[in-house]
Design a protein around this ligand. Structure first.
Ligand SMILES: Cc1cc2nc3c(=O)[nH]c(=O)nc-3n(C[C@H](O)[C@H](O)[C@H](O)COP(=O)(O)OP(=O)(O)OC[C@H]3O[C@@H](n4cnc5c(N)ncnc54)[C@H](O)[C@@H]3O)c2cc1C
Length: 383
């Protein structure tokens, strides 16, 4: 491992957006950090649309997760500016808000219920009738029933963020699979190289973390001459779709969501899982109904990856109980919000490592909340 200032030797296993953001924060705190990943930023980070949307994602019963998301959203401008300055790379953080769109009256009723919940939680959410919606985004179908504007949502390009983090971490990132042992990590399979560490951080996404399960998501990237300028999140006759515009003209259309215990129907290659015909067809059908102009768009990429889902949809950030000289911590289970939550996770993880005050919004997301069998999916971890 590269020796840093008088810091701890820290091994981060997993170089997705969460592991990389934590590693960067720990390096800046003066620690001696190495990241191990055979394919850095090749997991869920590679598929992510990059919506920084606590408002768009929030749901009833998840107030603590909404507060964590709002905290992280407020950190994003500083996080992005600092990373851009140190790496010399642009991460395409955009602050133009998001539109929630309802395809019919039932869809709109559901959206307005969500908007009322957001407003009660302090998130600005402005109702729009059909003409107002189309004035803001003329590419939306004239059949849309109406919508809601979330002016404070943002978005970023996760691939650019990961590439900037990889640039600042440089040779600290090693292309190797690793597993934790009592006093460090072992690389590769079997009797691989042993690397001693004082602290081990598990940031392996959906893989190998207790209480974390894979939830597959498929996305399609297209290029269109008739692209919206803001993030659109639509419910269209009960089907959901979002469209995220990048500054380079690409649109990310996502995402399916499927629980999949490993079955023969779910195929994978060494580059990750394969998208399905049904999933991609549903996404494109709904996206075309929302944005008729994308009919002639060029398809650039179709991809599937597994999100790291937890029993209550919240992340696990903090220490794990275990015997051994090296301390073991986890930063995982970020489910649909790992990009949004990267800055607050890095700050909280660093605070746990250094015994500092953990950000208030992150205190209830320690992994020990799952020790107690009464804790079930969709329960708020702070109540
Ligand atoms: C289709 C889709 C769309 C999404 N859209 C959004 C969005 O708009 N906004 C948002 O905030 N979030 C979004 N997400 C969720 C987000 O991508 C995840 O929450 C986030 O990527 C989790 O980051 P991570 O670093 O924990 O995991 P990952 O990105 O999966 O990274 C885990 C890494 O660990 C490595 N690894 C695993 N095992 C080992 C091992 N033994 N040794 C070494 N390395 C190992 C893997 O190679 C991988 O690189 C989306 C996800 C998907 C799939």
């Amino acid at each position: 491992m590269i020796r840093g200032a008088a810091g701890l030797r820290i091994a981060v296993i997993g170089g997705g957006i969460v592991g990389l953001a934590c590693a960067d924060e720990l390096v800046r705190a003066g620690h001696d950090v190495s990241v191990f990943d055979p394919s850095p930023a090749g997991g869920a980070t590679r598929a992510a649309a990059g919506m920084l949307a606590p408002g768009g994602e929030a749901w009833f019963g998840e107030e603590a997760l909404l507060a964590l998301g709002l905290d992280s959203l407020s950190r994003w401008p500083g996080f992005a500016a600092d990373l851009e300055q140190r790496s010399g790379r642009h991460v395409d953080l955009r602050q133009d808000g998001a539109l929630l769109v309802g395809g019919d009256r039932d869809d709109l009723t559901e959206l307005l219920r969500a908007a009322a919940f957001l407003e009660r939680s302090g998130v600005r959410a402005d109702e729009l009738d059909r003409p107002a919606l189309r004035r803001l985004e003329p590419s939306i179908s004239g059949r849309a029933a109406g919508g809601v504007r979330l002016p404070d949502d943002r978005h970023v390009d996760p691939r650019r963020v990961a590439s900037a983090l990889l640039a600042v971490l440089g040779e600290r990132v090693l292309r190797a699979r690793a597993r934790p042992v009592a006093d460090g990590v072992v690389l590769g399979g079997g009797d691989g190289v042993h690397v001693p560490a004082d602290v081990i951080v598990l940031a392996t996404g959906h893989a190998g973390l207790r209480h974390v399960r894979p939830v597959r998501g498929e996305v399609v990237r297209v290029r269109s001459c008739d692209a919206p300028t803001r993030v659109l999140r639509a419910t269209w006759h009960g089907e959901r779709v979002y469209v995220v515009p990048r500054s380079d003209g690409e649109l990310v259309i996502g995402a399916t969501e499927e629980e999949h215990p490993a079955t023969p129907q779910t195929s994978a290659t060494s580059d990750g899982p394969l998208p399905t015909v049904g999933g991609v067809a549903r996404l494109l059908d709904t996206a075309r109904a929302l944005l008729p102009g994308i009919d002639t768009a060029d398809v650039v990429e179709v991809m599937a990856r597994d999100r790291p889902g937890s029993p209550d949809n919240g992340p696990l950030i903090g220490p794990l109980d275990r015997q051994g000289p090296a301390r073991l911590l986890v930063a995982g289970g970020h489910y649909r919000g790992g990009v949004l939550l990267a800055p607050v996770t890095a700050a909280a993880l660093r605070a746990h490592v250094d015994g500092l005050e953990v950000p208030a919004t992150a205190r209830c997301f320690t992994p020990d909340r799952f020790k107690y069998p009464t804790h079930h999916r969709n329960e708020d971890p702070c109540t």
